[in-house]
Design a protein around this ligand. Structure first.
Ligand SMILES: Cc1ncc(COP(=O)(O)O)c(C=O)c1O
Length: 391
């Protein structure tokens, strides 16, 4: 965290934040698109030859999407709403991978009509449904099978997706039934890919490598029967540090992740695809909020800010850590709970956190809020949604 003339500056390009609060009316998400450009370049250099489909659930601001599209990214989507936003932001159907466990008939209809590049299928009944719907239209849908290898990547249980008790993907034991279904609908389903996504905020890779090895064998077996199978989509999930600013160490993790991925998959001769979200956008956004009250009880001191769990739900939902830094550096420190205005005791950003002197009216930045921030925001308690500014 760096201050210049006692004012907090954000990101590697040291962008000042305080001027953005001149006409402050409500919490503001600030996204640094130059920082995003740097992150994208680093990831695409490390994962050379891999096509990156940005997981737009992380942050679907149109300017974020336009920036990534201009740099060559595709989009990973999970709803018709995301498909529409991707198309409005300049992506074509040929740039879109469509995942998600609950695709409705209406959504599939639209995906088929648009000719989406790849539909990641998450269950046998979904495969049946797409086969039947594409047949009725005399079309051929490009399908990837999202497989669930039952692997623990040691992340928060709410963001683990590759275990057999998760709703995501399909167990490997289902493969004979999937093959039968693909054969039944051979005129309307084209198997083009195998995909996996083990979960999010992955910071160690032993389980991930094991999953790649398992699916590599499956890919080979399937390809022997379906020569149209050419793509291996290894999902997203690479984590970032929320508790410290150590971009250098994060980059070495990226190198390790890339090395494991590329060396494990190299002899497959497949087109490799990835679906990163958090790693690209997480650090590139902050949430600015204003302190409303310092409230002292017999037990605690609370700094009550005007942002709440409805603006950034990660601390409440995952007990996630975010650094919280005053925009203007002052002396003194206090230990407090930093909480929002929402009528829930789970509406907190930090507990027993030591923070340098903040008082009523001061601004704070909730750091590393660029991913899964605004995109998960709601209007609970009829609070306004936060503003978003791209710099
Ligand atoms: C199918 C799929 N792909 C990619 C991602 C992106 O994950 P991350 O933001 O951790 O890179 C997610 C998010 O959980 C996902 O569900």
């Amino acid at each position: 965290m760096e201050y210049i003339n006692n004012e907090l500056v954000f990101g590697p390009y040291k962008k000042p934040l305080l001027p953005l609060c001149a006409n402050y009316a409500r919490p503001i998400y600030v996204y640094d698109l130059q920082f995003l450009e740097q992150r994208y370049q680093k990831m695409s250099e490390a994962l050379k030859g891999v096509r990156l489909f940005y997981a737009m659930k992380a942050n679907s601001h149109p300017q974020v999407l336009q920036k990534l599209k201009s740099m060559g990214a595709g989009a990973d989507v999970v709803s018709l709403g995301e498909i529409k936003r991707a198309l409005e932001s300049g992506f074509g159907p040929e740039d879109i991978v469509y995942s998600g466990v609950g695709k409705t008939r209406f959504e599939i209809e639209e995906a088929l009509r648009l000719g989406i590049y790849q539909i990641n299928v998450e269950s046998l009944p979904e495969l049946e449904r797409i086969g039947e719907m594409a047949a009725a239209k005399s079309m051929k849908a490009s399908i990837a099978l999202r497989l669930n290898p039952d692997i623990d990547i040691k992340t928060h249980p709410y963001i683990a997706t590759g275990l057999k008790d998760n709703k995501f993907g399909m167990e490997l034991s289902l493969i004979p039934a999937l093959i039968a279904c693909l054969q039944k609908y051979k005129s309307s389903l084209e198997l083009v890919g195998v995909s996996l996504h083990l979960g999010s905020q992955m910071l160690e890779f032993a389980g991930y490598q094991e999953a790649l090895l398992r699916l590599k064998n499956v890919y080979r077996d399937l390809q022997a029967q379906f020569p149209s199978l050419q793509r291996f989509d290894f999902g997203g999930g690479l984590g970032i540090f929320y508790d410290r600013q150590d971009l250098a160490l994060e980059e070495s993790l990226l190198q390790e992740y890339a090395q494991i991925t590329l060396s494990t998959l190299t002899d497959l001769n497949a087109s490799l695809q990835s679906e990163p979200g958090r790693w690209l956008m997480g650090h590139c956004g902050v949430l600015i909020s204003q302190v409303q009250y310092i409230k002292k009880t017999s037990q605690k001191t609370f700094a009550i800010i005007d942002a709440g769990m409805n603006h950034l739900i990660r601390p409440s939902l995952y007990e996630a850590h975010h650094e919280i830094i005053p925009l203007v550096k002052k002396s003194g420190a206090m230990v407090c709970d930093i909480v929002g205005p929402i009528c829930e005791s789970s509406d907190f950003f930090a507990k027993d956190r030591s923070i340098t002197g903040v008082a009523e009216g001061d601004f704070v930045a909730v750091m590393d809020s660029g991913a899964y921030g605004y995109s998960m925001a709601s209007q609970y308690n009829l609070q306004d949604l936060p503003l978003e500014i791209c710099i």
